[in-house]
Design a protein around this ligand. Structure first.
Ligand SMILES: Nc1ncnc2c1ncn2[C@@H]1O[C@H](COP(=O)(O)OP(=O)(O)O)[C@@H](O)[C@H]1O
Ligand SMILES: [Mg+2]
Length: 257
């Protein structure tokens, strides 16, 4: 089981779009070696749960698993999308910080829970909230890789530096195994300004930048609002093809090939 946290400290940078689409494409027949994928929606805004049609008031969420010690297996929800399961989010995740502050080893709760299901999934994709809180720490402690979606813009590089410090702190305190899979440029437009930022990012960042960028496309929003990941909403769309190629790059990096 390989666990990937999708992280950016800013909101609206494509974390959920990347999480949902990479997970469904990994689990699709495009990847014959991947049988089963689990998405964990750690953001109280529940966007990944909605897009994967798994937002249920009457079922336990990742909140109950992490904060109330619920059985992780019984909180897993099957989605209508081939081989994709989810641990849904809850508005209560906003209170996790207060609840967990009293517990010992509060940073390792998710990691320990995931160990119970490590033989059930090939990949776990964690859609992180934008804040630096105990949930994001739990996600990074439980992860093998971090994937950073970012827009080619003026402030993007500064944001990455802040995250790099955070990731290094997690590495030194809790999880020396944590690696950055790379940065993916999202909502990419083909114009001089964005091409300029993209090449600056490639030269200044000491991180792997994926070759495949995700273009800006209105289809992203349409697919999210119809609660269907791109592979199911419009498989032939150029943005869907971007995600398929990006997923292949991520697969090779995370499989160490
Ligand atoms: N490649 C893209 N092209 C156009 N719009 C996009 C693209 N990726 C994401 N979006 C839109 O941008 C908004 C923020 O994306 P989202 O994935 O929800 O970000 P985050 O989870 O980081 O807050 C959403 O409305 C989403 O539909
Ligand atoms: Mg989101």
């Amino acid at each position: 089981m390989i666990t990937i946290s999708v992280l950016n400290r800013k909101g609206g940078t494509g974390k959920t779009t990347c999480s949902v689409n990479i997970a469904t494409i990994f689990a699709s027949k495009e990847f014959k070696n991947i049988k089963k994928v689990l998405v964990i929606d750690l953001d109280p805004q529940k966007n990944a749960s909605s897009t994967l049609q798994a937002s249920y008031r009457d079922k336990p969420s990742i909140y109950e698993v992490v904060c109330n010690d619920f059985d992780i297996k019984s909180a897993i929800i099957n989605t209508p999308f081939e081989n994709v399961d989810i641990l849904q989010a809850s508005l209560l995740l906003d209170n996790a910080e207060d609840i967990l502050s009293l517990k010992n080893t509060k940073e390792f709760i998710l990691k320990n829970k995931l160990e119970e299901i490590s033989n059930l999934y090939d990949y776990v994709i964690i859609d992180c909230p934008p804040s630096k809180n105990i949930l994001t720490i739990n996600a990074l402690v439980a992860s093998d890789y971090v994937l950073i979606p970012m827009e080619a813009g003026k402030y993007a590089v500064d944001g990455i530096e802040i995250m790099n410090i955070f990731i290094n702190e997690i590495r030194s305190k809790y999880n020396s195994n944590l690696k950055i899979a790379g940065v993916v440029l999202v909502k990419k437009e083909r114009n001089l300004t964005q091409d300029g930022y993209a090449s600056v990012i490639k030269t200044v960042l000491p991180l792997h930048i994926f070759n495949q960028v995700i273009r800006k496309s209105t289809i992203a929003e349409q697919s999210a609002s119809s609660n269907e990941p791109l592979y199911y909403y419009n498989k032939k769309a150029p943005i869907t093809q971007d995600f398929i190629k990006l997923s292949k790059e991520i697969y090779y990096i995370t499989k160490g090939e």
